[in-house]
Design a protein around this ligand. Sequence first.
Ligand code: UFG
Length: 342
Amino acid sequence: MKKTVLVSGGAGFIGSHVTVELIEAGYEVVVADNFSNCDRTCFEGVKKITGRDDIPFEEMDFCDAEAVDKLFGKYHIDAVIHFAAFKAVGESVAKPLMYYKNNLLSFMNVLEAAQKHGGCNVLFSSSATVYGEPKSVPVTEDTPRQPAMSPYGNTKTMCEDILQDTVKASDGLIKGILLRYFNPIGAHPSALIGELPRGVPNNLVPFITQTAIGKRECLSIFGNDYPTPDGTCQRDYIDIVDLAKAHVFAVTRMIEGKMKEPCEVFNVGTGRPVSVLELVNAFEKVNNLKLNYKFAARRPGDVTAIWADPTKANTEMGWKATRTVEETLKAAWAWEKHIAGK
Ligand code: UFG
């Protein structure tokens, strides 16, 4: 019988790509979302890509404990992947309580319901943000976490701890995996799903594609005086489909009982540092266009350089990022053209 995976926040950017990969790997998926930060386009795209018009869908808010409890009663859930959370760093500084309430409560409701309904495998979507400004790069899973630079980042650190503690106290009922994402970018090669930022994008790649299509006038590169080879910040940009596949490996590892510890942590990155300027140049080259950009002041809170040592995920989970930055930037551009109707 097919195993069932619940994807909270499954209509969003990462959730929709993960849903596709899970279905293609033979899992039954229950998608739950309240569309608070995404529209219905991506879920429709998921149905088209998978040829499945009947994916179980629940429109709900994970802060509603009763609704979460009902959900776990309605389906037999073998694993849950929790994405339902707010994710804008700047907004979290302005509205900390909104972030703490939403991101912590929704996750605690999931864990409580999972426990009440007989236990579950729980995958939490964490972030490289927990490493802060690392003392050395690349970072392994043993690199110490640093105090978070924003309430958003703090919710990631806190949810990691909440899961670790819950697993410890659960007598084997709850097993957990924390995936620490580096910088997910790109879109599905079909161009039917991708990132749909609301308003002005905070993240680099949507800003690049929106500038290229003419929605934004000019990209500001935040800082060119960092102690890096070309003076711009370095990140580990990971293709969204590669990232989504890491979830399939992690879920399978949990369901097949292959975990070595009841709560495991994995970096999900490529191990390849790319600077902002290198990324902009690669985008121009691979898509054969010129981007209007300028150098601007540093953005407060940015770390100079961070990239993953993905050895643990490569060897333990058997997952490895396969796509080149060029392939990913082509897909990002195809998606931008798709949403612009071009
Ligand atoms: N950048 C620009 N111009 C822009 C946008 C970004 O130069 O218009 C630069 C940033 O300064 C940074 C790089 O592009 O050097 C990447 O920026 P993103 O905002 O795309 O990504 P971050 O590395 O800042 O953010 C990631 C995740 C967040 C997480 C954060 C914590 O997307 O979820 O790391 O460091 F909180």
